[in-house]
Write a protein that binds this ligand. Structure first.
Ligand code: FEO
Length: 183
């Protein structure tokens, strides 16, 4: 008996997204290595933690496909980007990667919607919410660096930024959790 509860098209698309998340993990790992090598150990730590988070996203896709009777395929990953020239380029690229990933998630939501696969549509809503956080986090990185002085930031403000990001929370606060007391 066929127990698969996913269409072939969605099984393939979800499996591709699992590999995209592994690639994202790869990218954050490479930026973390670059930052640590530049002496920004706190920023490196932040990026390494995020690399793990991306791997966890891949595991969620893997588990969902398996749970629905499908079988994901691990493919070769393309090489991560070249090292960024500076922190601004690093953070700008992090934001770009997240926006591209959001577009991929939206595309999956569209397929699930068109197929009326509400289980998959529901599963994907976690990622829609997660991408709001991820984009907010990336925007925060850009803003914090700007406040520190951007590419003209002093050693002291970069030292403080590095220290801050080494201990910064991994999740951004979402509008849905805001209250009058805590906007
Ligand atoms: Fe898994 Fe940063 O998106």
């Amino acid at each position: 008996m066929n127990t698969k509860r996913l269409s072939a098209a969605l099984e393939k698309a979800l499996s591709e997204q699992m590999n995209v998340e592994l690639y994202q993990s790869h990218v954050y790992l490479s930026y973390g290595i670059w930052a640590s090598d530049e002496g920004y150990d706190g920023i490196g730590n932040f990026l390494f933690r995020h690399s793990l988070e991306e791997r966890n996203h891949a595991i969620k896709f893997m588990e969902y496909i398996l749970n629905r009777g499908g079988k994901p395929t691990v493919t070769a990953l393309k090489a991560a980007d070249k090292d960024p020239k500076n922190l601004k380029e690093c953070f700008d690229r992090v934001f770009k990667h997240e926006v591209e990933n959001t577009e991929k998630i939206y595309n999956l939501v569209n397929i699930a919607f068109e197929e009326k696969d509400w289980a998959t549509w529901n599963f994907l809503q976690w990622f829609v919410k997660e991408q709001i956080e991820e984009e907010t986090l990336a925007m925060d990185l850009i803003d914090k660096l700007k406040i520190a002085g951007g590419n003209e930031a002093s050693d002291e403000s970069l030292f403080n930024l590095d220290k801050y990001l080494g201990q910064a929370p991994d999740d951004a606060e979402l509008a849905r959790d805001a209250t009058s007391e805590k906007p």
